[in-house]
Design a protein around this ligand. Structure first.
Ligand code: NDP
Length: 307
């Protein structure tokens, strides 16, 4: 089998958009979707800010449609995870699920970002037993129950309002006395009766028994420590870029985001491009990820033409 002209790692808005453009440019792209086909958008509900959908669209539907569009145009979308890469020379060597080795002329890294946890041992202990980083995946299990969401950004506000529609009560545990979220999101939280914000609070410990989470111990900045009874504990404190596989080869910043050259998707290695949240610490939107996937495919096309 010949070398793959354009190998795309990641099945989110960046990866699928890169595949759509690369397929239309006759680059016969191969896409590996990784462990979460569709990426982070499949863990959200309605997307209201993706242009073209007057009444919004479900995250899962948007991703299914992007994937189908890429396939219809000729992209070879495969299930599987890349376990290692060797980017020391072209063609690049890429190993799938610890077995098959592929050779790729160009590589587009679109592996996205993953939810952060606080790092408490009790949080790890109850992961899947009441501790979750995805309200839209797991909220269903907490209907008419009491939950907490940690964080004060757009994700935390979005998840808290989503959970408020299902649960009896939602606490937001916010470490400062302000929310980082956009005004619109803040308004939504403030106008939701069953959300209570615990300002200036940090989680000390997730409490639980053999059945799972029973509460949380919180410390306020003034030194007061108190427990709240809970059924579920949700993290919404940001994400880290999934760049570990590549950071031996490509330049990353101190948080691990892949560094690209100016307005292009070019990494420090010729023929390797990065798109989407793995290289974007600032915007991290579906639309910006999709746009950078487009740029990466155009950059890869130009690179191949000049070779
Ligand atoms: P952010 O980085 O914006 O916010 C993270 C939040 O978690 C902050 O309130 C932060 O507190 C808090 N936090 C971080 N670490 C800890 C910790 N160890 N303990 C307690 N709290 C902690 O992440 P988001 O995921 O909310 O958003 C990421 C990006 O995606 C943003 O650009 C956002 O605008 C965007 N987004 C947009 C949406 C939309 O438009 N529909 C929906 C969701 C996200 P502090 O403020 O003190 O740093």
């Amino acid at each position: 089998m010949g070398n793959i002209k354009c190998l795309i790692i990641g099945g989110g808005p960046a990866g699928y958009t890169a595949a759509i453009y690369a397929a239309r440019a006759d680059m016969a792209p191969v896409v590996y979707e990784g462990v979460q086909p569709g990426g982070q958008l499949t863990t959200t509900t309605d997307i209201e800010n993706y242009p073209g959908f007057e009444n919004g669209i479900l995250g899962q539907t948007l991703m299914d449609t992007m994937r189908a569009q890429a396939v219809r145009l000729g992209a070879d979308v495969r299930i599987g995870s890349i376990s290692s890469v060797d980017l020391s020379e072209r063609p690049f060597k890429v190993v799938v699920d610890g077995g098959e080795q592929l050779l790729a002329e160009t590589l587009i890294i679109a592996t996205g970002a993953t939810a952060k946890y606080l790092g408490l041992p009790s949080e790890t202990k109850f992961k899947g037993l009441g501790v979750s980083a995805c309200a839209t995946c797991d909220g269903f299990f907490y209907r008419k129950k009491v939950v907490a969401v940690v964080g004060g950004g757009d994700t935390a506000c979005e998840e808290a309002t989503y959970l408020a529609g299902l649960c009896k009560k939602v606490y937001m545990i916010v470490r400062r006395d302000v929310l980082r979220a956009s005004e619109a999101m803040q308004e939504r939280v403030k106008n939701t009766e069953n959300i209570e914000i615990l300002w200036n609070c940090n989680t000390q410990e997730v409490l639980g028994d053999e059945y799972g989470v029973t509460g949380v111990r919180v410390e306020r900045k003034d030194g007061e420590v108190f427990d709240i009874a809970l059924d579920g504990f949700f993290l919404a404190i940001g994400h880290h870029p999934n760049s570990e596989l590549f950071s031996q080869w490509v330049n990353v910043d101190k948080e691990g985001y892949i560094i690209t050259d100016g307005k292009t998707s070019q990494t420090n290695i010729e023929g390797v491009f990065a798109a989407g949240d793995v290289q974007d610490p600032i915007y991290r939107q579906a639309i910006t990820a999709a746009a950078s996937g487009c740029r990466a495919a155009l950059d890869a096309e130009k690179f191949l033409k000049m070779k």
